[in-house]
Write a protein that binds this ligand. Structure first.
Ligand code: NAI
Ligand code: MG
Length: 355
C-alpha cells in the first residue's frame, strides 16, 4: 500500500481544532481510497516558545526534511508579538524549504452566500499565486538610532530575476492547466518603478513561452475593485508576496469566509516537502469554543492529496465538502449553527456514503 509521511504541526489557537478535524477526515478517506498516512505530530508553536524560548527546535527542518508533506494549522498568540511567532515557525519552514509558490484557490462553494450581490458558485473561481520567497517579506532592512528622534527603519523589497521568473513560470503553468487559460499579472508599476517594472518585463518574457495562455496586467489597487465588481473576469492571478497576501484575504472574504480558504506553500521542483495550511490565523476570538470552520482545513487536505498524486481522493474529499455545504451544514461564520465536530462528522458520513 502507498503510504505518505505527513508532518502535522497544528500549533496555536484554532490550529489544533481544525487540524484534528482534517486528520479525522483524511483517515476516513485513506481507508476508502487505499493509501496509508503515517502522521507525525509536532508540538511546535507558542506553548513551546513559552517553555523553551523557541517555537521549534534548532534541528526542526531536519526533522521535517524526509516528510512527503507538512499539514500546518496556524501560529500566533495574543501575548507574543506576531513577528516573533511568524518568523519563529512558519517563515523558517517556507524559506528553508524554498517553498516559493504560495498557491491559493478560491471559489464559492455550493450553499455558501458571497457578500457580493448576485454572485454565486461559478462566478468566482480563482487561483491566486503568491511569490513566497522574497519581495516585501524578504526580511531585508533594519533599524538604527532606536528610540531617538532620528530613528530610521527600512524594509526593503527584494526582487531577483531568478525569483520573479520562477514564480511567473509556475503561475503561467497553473493558468494553462485550467479551462480558462487566463492569467492576470498584478503589480504596482506606476508608483514602484524599479521592482514592479521588472515584474512587468519578466511577465512579458515568460508569456512568450505560453502562447496558449491569455494574460493581462492590473495595478493592485485597481485589482481590488475588479475583484469586487467583475469577479468573473478573473481566473489565475500572480502577484508579489505582499500584494497577493492582501488580495487573497479579500478573495476568501468574497467567497464567503476566511474559514474556508486553503493554501499550499509549494516547492514546485519537489526538492523539499511542501506545506499546506488554511489561510486563516489562530483566531483567538473563537479558540476553544468548538465553532471553528474546518472547511479550510479540509480543502487544504485536498490540496495536499493532489500534490501527493492522489487526485481522485482529493476530488472525493471536495465533493463531500460541497455536499455538506450545499445541505446547509455550516459553522456560524458561514451563517450556520453547526459546530466543528458536527461539520466534520457530516463530511466523514458523506465520504462513507460515496461510491
Ligand atoms: P485570523 O484569521 O486568526 O482571524 C480573523 C477573523 O476570522 C476572526 O474573527 C476569526 O474568528 C475569523 N476566522 C478565522 N478562521 C476562522 C475559522 N476557521 N472559522 C471561523 N472563523 C474564522 O486573523 P487575525 O485575527 O488577524 O490573527 C490572529 C492571529 O493569527 C495573529 O497572531 C496572527 O499573526 C496569526 N495569523 C497566523 C497565520 C498563519 O499561521 N498562517 C495567518 C494569519 C494570521
Ligand atoms: Mg495573510
Amino acid at each position: 500500500m502507498r503510504t505518505y509521511r505527513i508532518a502535522a504541526i497544528p500549533a496555536d489557537g484554532i490550529g489544533p481544532e481544525v487540524i484534528d478535524a482534517g486528520l479525522e477526515v483524511l483517515d476516513a478517506l485513506a481507508a476508502r481510497a487505499g493509501f496509508g498516512l503515517d502522521v507525525t505530530r509536532y508540538d511546535w508553536g507558542s506553548d513551546r516558545y513559552r517553555r523553551t524560548g523557541a517555537l521549534m527546535p534548532a534541528d526542526g527542518l531536519d526533522q521535517l526534511r524526509g516528510m512527503d508533506a507538512i499539514y500546518f494549522g496556524a501560529v500566533g498568540a495574543p501575548d507574543i508579538p506576531d513577528h516573533v511567532t511568524l518568523w519563529g515557525l512558519r517563515l523558517p519552514i517556507c524559506q528553508g524549504f524554498d517553498q516559493y509558490a504560495n498557491v491559493r484557490p478560491t471559489r464559492i462553494l455550493p450553499g455558501v452566500t458571497s457578500p457580493l450581490r448576485d454572485v454565486g458558485p461559478g462566478d468566482l473561481d480563482w487561483v491566486i499565486v503568491r511569490e513566497n520567497s522574497e519581495g516585501e517579506y524578504a526580511g531585508h532592512g533594519g533599524r538604527a538610532h532606536r528610540g531617538l528622534p532620528e530613528e530610521v527603519a527600512t524594509e526593503t523589497a527584494i526582487f531577483t530575476r531568478r525569483g520573479v521568473e520562477r514564480i511567473m513560470r509556475h503561475a503561467f503553468a497553473i493558468a494553462r492547466a485550467r479551462p480558462a487559460k487566463h492569467l492576470t499579472v498584478v503589480t504596482k508599476s506606476n508608483a514602484q518603478r524599479h521592482g514592479m517594472v521588472f515584474w512587468d518585463e519578466i511577465a512579458a518574457l515568460v508569456a512568450a513561452d505560453f502562447p496558449d495562455v491569455a494574460w493581462d496586467k492590473e495595478l493592485v489597487d485597481a485589482m481590488t475593485t475588479r475583484m469586487v465588481r467583475r469577479p468573473a473576469s478573473i481566473d489565475t492571478v500572480v502577484a508579489t508576496n505582499l500584494h497577493a497576501d492582501i488580495l487573497s484575504d479579500l478573495a476568501a472574504a468574497l467567497a464567503g469566509s476566511l474559514g474556508i480558504a486553503p493554501t499550499g506553500n509549494i516547492d514546485p521542483e519537489r526538492r523539499f516537502p511542501s506545506m499546506f495550511e488554511p489561510i486563516h490565523g489562530s483566531a483567538f476570538d473563537i479558540t476553544g469554543r468548538g465553532i471553528a470552520n474546518p472547511v479550510a482545513s479540509f480543502w487544504t487536505a485536498a490540496m495536499m492529496l493532489e500534490h501527493l498524486g492522489e487526485a481522485a481522493a482529493a476530488a472525493s474529499l471536495m465533493a463531500a465538502v460541497e455536499q455538506v455545504c450545499a445541505a446547509g451544514i455550516m459553522t456560524p461564520d458561514l451563517g450556520g449553527t453547526e459546530t466543528t465536530a458536527g461539520v466534520t462528522r457530516a463530511v466523514v458520513d458523506a465520504l462513507r456514503g460515496a461510491n
